[in-house]
Every structure is written in C-alpha cells, then in structure tokens.
Design a protein around this ligand. Structure first.
Ligand SMILES: Nc1nc2c(c(=O)[nH]1)N[C@H]1C(S)=C(S)[C@@H](COP(=O)(O)OP(=O)(O)OC[C@H]3O[C@@H](n4cnc5c(=O)[nH]c(N)nc54)[C@H](O)[C@@H]3O)O[C@H]1N2
Ligand SMILES: Nc1nc2c(c(=O)[nH]1)N[C@H]1C(S)=C(S)[C@@H](COP(=O)(O)OP(=O)(O)OC[C@H]3O[C@@H](n4cnc5c(=O)[nH]c(N)nc54)[C@H](O)[C@@H]3O)O[C@H]1N2
Ligand code: SF4
Ligand SMILES: [Mo]
Length: 696
C-alpha cells in the first residue's frame, strides 16, 4: 500500500509542533515530527503520537447523543440542533437570560473552529454567566497585562533563545512543553541556554526542568510574592532602575518601588525557605547578565497571590531594563492580531457574579463561582449549561460540589466527543469531527510564540458525511436558538474564509495564498521590540503601579504576619507529565501503559514522621474534601510539600472511557476550595493547598 504524508501542526498543546502524518489510503498509520517545520524542527512528544489513538478511539462519539434516563440514544443532527436551540430558549424565556451558563474548556484555544465562532454564539445567547478554564489558569497574566500595558494579550514572552539568564518560577516546561511561551522543543532550547548562560528554577519540587537547570531552589508553596518583593529590594540595592530605555513611556515606577521597599523582608528565609544571601546573589547575577528575563507560570499564577506575583515579575524585567528588549521579554507581532482595535482588551467589573459578587474580567466570570451560581436558588440562578471542550468536574475547584450541582440543572448540552466525568450528566452531547478534517490557524499560540511564525493547517483528510465540524455545530445551535427566540442568525463563514479575512486585517502583509504555499509554516524571524509603540493604556504609558496592586501588597504584608503564627501543615501542589494532557487523554493506550503516574509524591522524612511506607494507600484531607490514593516517596519534594497531578479520577458511574477508567488515581480538585481565589482577579487558588496525609 503506498504511503503518503500530510503536514499539520499538533493541536494538543501550546508548543504547536509541526507533524508529519503518514497515511495509507485514508488511514492514518504513523506520525512523526515535521523536520521541515522552521519552528519545531521535527520535535514531537508522546502526546503528538497519541493522535493515532484519538483518531481510532472506540469511545469517541461521532453522532449526537440524547439522554434517555440512564442511557443514551443516537439522534440526527437537525433534531439535535432544534432540541438545543429550543431548550436554551425555553429556559431563558422562563427564567431570564442569565439562566443559561457556558463553560469553555482549554481545547477551544487550540481549534480555530471554536475560538473564532463561539463569541458570536455567546453574544446571541446574551448571558452574563460565561466561564472558562482561563480562570483556573492564566487570568493573573492577562489581568496584569491589561493593567500595566492596556491589553490582556500584550503579553511579554521570555526570549528564550537569546537570553543569558532565565529566572523561572513555578513552571515545568520540560514536562508541559512551555506555557505562555510557545517554544517547541523547549528542553533543547533550555539546554542551549545553560551552556550560554544560566537557568535558575524556583520550585517546591525538583522537577524535570530543575534537573537540567544551572541552579534550583526549593520554595515554600504560596510564598513567592514575598520572595519576589525581597528580590526587587535586592535589585534596588544593586543600583538604580534601568528605565531610561522606556523614556517617557512609563509611569509609577517610583510609587511601585516605594511600596515594595517599605515591606519588611527579615522573615523571608523562614517564610520562603530561601536565604536572603541567596536572593542577593541571584539579584546581582540578574542585573549583571547582559540579557535576562524573569518568568513565572502555573505554580505562581494559580495560587492566592497569583496576580501580585505576575506584577512583581514584570517589574523585575522593567527594573533591569529587560522589558521589550531582545534577550529579555518581548511581545509578539502575530499575523492575526489579538490586540489593537476591535479586540477584547480585558475590561473588568462591567457586571458581577450573582452570589459572591465577583467582577467580570474580559467578558467572563471566575469559574470558581460556577457551582454556587447553579446551586443557589433565586432570581438569576443558572438552570441550563453549555460546556464546550471542557471537563470542569475534574478541572475546577471543589469538583464534587459542581458534579452534584450539575445533576440539578434543567438542561445541559455538551459539545465534546467523550462521555467524561462532566459530560456524563448532559442531556445532549454534540461531538465534533476530528480537527484534522478542518482548516486551522493557531491564533493564540502564534501570538505567544518565542519567534514570529505563521502556519496554516489544511485538512489532511475528509470528514465523514455523517459528522459535523465544530464550527458547523456552533452554526447549528446558533441558528436553531435564533429561530426559537425570533432573532436573526448570520451564518458564520467556514474557517478558511475567516482565516483569510483575519489575515487580511492583520496588517502583516501575509495572505492565505502565501500560507498555503508554505505547508510547513513560515518563520518570520525573532521577536522584536514593539510594546512601547503598542501600549493601550489610557495614559499611553506602562503603568508600573496600578492602585489595586499597591493595596494588595499592603494586605500581603499583613497576611504574612498573621500566617507565621498559624500551625504549619503539609501543602499540596500539582504536577504535569509528558504523557498526560489535563484530564482528557488517559483513554489513549500509548500514553497510559507502563509506569503509574498518579501517585502523591512525599518526602521520605514526611513519610517517616507519619509512619507511612512508600507505596501505601493514604488519605489526603483538606478543608473541602478527601481522597484515597497511593503515596510514593520522593526526594524531589521539598519537605512539608506533597504533590499530586490533576485530571485523574475517571472510574465514576456513567463515564464511557474504557481505558481511562482503569487508570488509577483520584481528582486533585476533590480537595480544592471554590472560595480560595486570587482576590485581585478571581482566578482559582489551587496550588499551595493545606492538607493532611494519613494512612488509609
Ligand atoms: N488542580 C488543578 N486543576 C487544574 C489545573 C492544575 O494545574 N491543577 N490546571 C488547570 C488548567 S491550566 C486548565 S487549562 C484546565 C483544563 O480544564 P478543562 O478545559 O475543563 O479540561 P480538559 O481536561 O482540558 O478537558 C478538555 C475536554 O475537551 C474535549 N476536547 C478535546 N478536543 C476537543 C475538540 O477538538 N473539540 C471539542 N468540542 N472538545 C474537545 C475533551 O474530550 C475533554 O472533555 O484545568 C485546570 N485545572
Ligand atoms: N504534558 C502536559 N503538558 C501540558 C499540560 C498537561 O496537562 N500535560 N497542560 C497544558 C496547560 S493547559 C498548561 S496551562 C501548561 C502549564 O504549564 P506549566 O506552568 O509549565 O505547568 P506545571 O507543570 O503545572 O508547572 C507548575 C510548576 O509550579 C510548581 N509550583 C506549584 N506551586 C508552586 C508555588 O507555590 N511556587 C512555585 N514557585 N512553584 C510552584 C510545580 O511544582 C510545577 O513544577 O501546560 C500545558 N502543557
Ligand atoms: S509538545 Fe505539544 S504540540 Fe508538540 S507534539 Fe507534544 S503535545 Fe503536540
Ligand atoms: Mo491551562
């Protein structure tokens, strides 16, 4: 049988690696990295290969499924769209617009057919109750960008290939392949950096990234804000701020530094685990490096001080003169613009959540408020739900409570191809065809990439006639809903047309024909300084000291004094593994075979203190809930800190994932607390959770 290859970027994580997909007839038979991709240079990880499993997964739905009691019945697409539109309209007619809520999961950002079409559907449904995985993830970054630079996506990205000094907090790109830093083959890039200069990792676990770093320091979970304050104070001691490069385009640096230097950092070692002498040395190195960058991700974002941490990290780059500078942190200039006129800047507080009064950000409410909006009776209560490519029961705080609340809904529609821990409760599931059958342009990750790149992904095979693509499903629901409420639905164009329009408006000079002529993608060169001319703040300047950040800094100092008196117990943090993808790829046989990856990691001294043996079954208890799982002794852990991956716990009634159900492990988010949020932006605080561990 003759084999032929088609080329396409991987849709599974932010690294957007080019893949070579080999077919025999219409059958996908092998996948390897695309050596001709000028950005990923042939890199591929085990998940990229697992696309083979996803494409042939017998549990993957291809037709709409309607719930009938405890069972499911296949129905036709037109019947499914009509039902969806009619039920959403009925619920809103009876209970008001906000009675319908939507939750958008992570894969939406990886599929043009979702990200480009969903805003129109959500506008038509007109609900204030829009939630997404962004508020269990990168809201602090978006929030800080909006406050300092005037747009949530004016995101400074570490110039990983040119920097000489990389200070990294709470990120493990060797496992996660990089986040808010699209850098395919990141391990190679980091190794090159450690030859040329220095990578310093600050993390409560000696991670895969820490293992290849020049230097690693344990830090007590949740104490990063104090570490960063101490770091900035140390920078100040090295000499004046190098901000002349920003000219008139910065304001508030004096106020920011005054507030930061006023904080008493004498307790920094007791609080963080890192000595002041170490911080001083690192700060001296950071200032002395010709090109340096500070960066923090999940570990410092998804915690109570997430926003403060992101602000302080920006200030470190500003202070050392490394913002908007080659080898420092630069904003990409993507071919499809995500900033500028007509884009979502990231406004805040235009409405508030009903129960807790949490402010909206960028058109969304914090997902930590979703359960209470469903479960609390009263005017405006959520009674119908639409989830799109998400699994909030496993991925959002206090998942068990959400699980219970969803059961009480009047109607629940899921756009997903799996019956997972969340969608098992749906009344209607609408499964999209494989994205390999659709045009795709990575709007978000081209914008967050460490180089200026562009790549159009064309369908590599036909979709089966009985299937519908994501954008067709959105159109189907939109049209049926509009008909039911007497509105006009303007059909959304197919992705190829939309991509062509977006490129034409993007002002990069690229058009779709040029991208079609470059099947492996285009490299447009390294990042360039552009932030200063693109600021969207009202002042037209970098706002170094937004008032709410200064207020929060005050509170931080107070909270720390309070906390040092509190009893110290174990703190729980998360982890990622190259063979996992949030909650949804444990049904892929090639990812879950071999060694177990779900265990709670704990330092041998902490085990010994509790007379627990390596491998024992343990009960992990938090204020919110408890789980029982296996423990593994690990000297990778900082004493006093335990570590559990999220996205496990599949063996629940009604979950139709045959392979995943056999994978051991429980859900991290059965322990987390929906009330624990980063007060500044409303992002969930999942890392650094206080827990107890005992023999089960
Ligand atoms: N404790 C803890 N919790 C966390 C995290 C953590 O580190 N610790 N991480 C958080 C982060 S960063 C994130 S992004 C979230 C993720 O949270 P979610 O987005 O809620 O969860 P996923 O596990 O990504 O689930 C994705 C769903 O999309 C479906 N899907 C996959 N591809 C497609 C597609 O092409 N179309 C459609 N329609 N559906 C598709 C899958 O079947 C799956 O049901 O989890 C968050 N939760
Ligand atoms: N293989 C794989 N890759 C993925 C994903 C996946 O599930 N699997 N998910 C994708 C998604 S949606 C995202 S958002 C990215 C996330 O990408 P990363 O942010 O790189 O991912 P994590 O591995 O969660 O890294 C968080 C690190 O923070 C540390 N940490 C926890 N608490 C603290 C703390 O209080 N302080 C400090 N300093 N560190 C702390 C943890 O030990 C961990 O090493 O990964 C993406 N890539
Ligand atoms: S690193 Fe990410 S983009 Fe690359 S192959 Fe793996 S999952 Fe796909
Ligand atoms: Mo994420």
């Amino acid at each position: 049988m003759p084999r032929y290859s088609r080329f396409r970027a991987c849709p599974l994580c932010e690294a957007i690696c080019g893949l070579e997909l080999q077919f025999e007839d219409d059958r996908l038979v092998a996948i390897r990295g695309d050596g001709a991709d000028p950005f990923s240079h042939g890199h591929i990880c085990p998940k990229g290969n697992a696309i083979l499993d996803l494409e042939t997964d017998p549990d993957r739905l291809t037709k709409p499924m309607r719930r009938v009691g405890d069972d499911w019945r296949e129905i036709g697409w037109e019947e499914a769209f009509a039902l969806a539109g009619q039920r959403l309209a009925e619920v809103q007619k009876q209970h008001g617009a906000s009675a319908v809520a939507a939750y958008l999961g992570n894969p939406n950002v990886h599929h043009f057919g979702h990200i480009a079409t969903l805003p129109a559907l959500l506008r038509t449904i007109r609900t204030p109750n829009v939630f997404s995985a962004s508020s269990v993830d990168q809201w602090p970054h978006q929030f800080v960008n909006a406050a300092m630079y005037g747009h949530q996506f004016l995101l400074p990205i570490p110039d990983i290939d040119r920097t000489d000094y990389f200070l990294m907090l709470g990120a493990n790109p060797v496992a996660s392949n990089g986040s808010l830093m699209t850098a395919p083959g990141v391990a190679k890039r980091l190794k090159a950096l450690t030859v040329r200069g220095k990578l310093v990792v600050i993390d409560p676990r000696r991670t895969e990234t820490a293992a290849i770093a020049s230097e690693h320091h344990f830090i007590r979970p949740g104490s990063d804000a104090l570490f960063l304050v101490a770091f900035l104070q140390a920078l100040v001691r090295t000499g004046p701020a190098r901000i002349t490069a920003y000219g008139e385009k910065i304001t508030g640096m004096g106020a920011a530094l005054a507030a930061i230097t006023a904080i008493d950092c004498h307790g920094v070692e007791a609080h963080t685990g890192i000595a002041m002498t170490t911080i001083d040395r690192l700060a001296n190195e950071f200032m002395a490096a010709s090109r340096a960058v500070a960066y923090g991700r999940m570990g410092v974002s998804v915690q109570a001080n997430g926003t403060l941490c992101q602000w302080l990290l920006q200030l470190m780059n500003v202070y050392s003169g490394n913002l908007d500078r080659e080898g420092g942190a630069l904003v990409n200039e993507p071919a499809i613009a995500v900033t500028g006129p007509g884009t979502n800047r990231g406004q805040r507080g235009r409405w508030h959540s009903r129960v807790r009064g949490l402010p909206e950000f960028g058109g969304e409410l914090p997902v930590a408020a979703l359960t209470e909006e469903i479960a609390t009776a009263g005017v405006g209560q959520v009674r119908a739900l639409l989830t799109i490519a998400g699994n909030p029961v496993l991925s959002t705080p206090d998942g068990r409570a959400l699980d219970a609340a969803i059961v009480g809904l009047d109607f629940y529609i899921a756009i997903d191809f799996y019956i997972n821990e969340t969608t098992r409760h749906a009344d209607l599931i609408l499964p999209p065809a494989s994205s390999l059958t659709q045009y795709h342009y990575d709007m978000i990750f081209n914008a967050f990439a460490v180089r200026r790149v562009a790549r159009l992904n064309v369908p590599v095979r036909e979709r089966n006639t009985e299937e519908r693509a994501d954008w067709e499903i959105v159109n189907g629901i939109g049209a049926a809903y509009s008909a039911a409420v007497g509105k006009q639905w303007v059909p959304l164009l197919p992705p190829r047309e939309m991509i062509a329009t977006c490129l034409a408006q993007g002002g990069s000079g690229l058009d779709i024909a040029m991208l079609e002529a470059a099947p492996h993608g285009l490299d447009l060169g390294p990042l360039r300084p552009s932030l200063l001319s693109r600021l969207e703040t009202e002042s037209g300047k970098i706002e170094a000291a937004p008032a709410i950040f200064l207020d929060e800094l005050d509170l931080l100092a107070q909270r720390m004094r309070h906390e040092s008196a509190a009893a110290f117990s174990l703190r729980l943090i998360g982890r990622r593994d190259v063979r996992s993808n949030n909650s949804w790829m444990h049904n892929a046989p090639r990812l879950v075979k071999g060694k177990l990856r779900h265990q709670l990691l704990m330092h041998p001294d902490d085990l010994a203190a509790r007379r627990i043996d390596d491998g024992a079954r343990v009960r992990v208890r938090s204020k919110t809930g408890e789980i029982i799982t296996e423990v593994a002794a690990s000297t990778e852990m900082m004493p006093g800190v335990v570590c559990l991956p999220h996205g496990y716990g599949h063996a629940r009634d009604g979950v139709r994932l045959a392979r995943a159900r056999q994978v051991a492990g429980e859900s991290y988010n059965d322990l987390t607390d929906a009330l624990a949020i980063d007060a500044l932006c409303g992002n969930a605080a999942l890392n650094g959770l206080l827990v107890e561990v005992e023999l089960a």
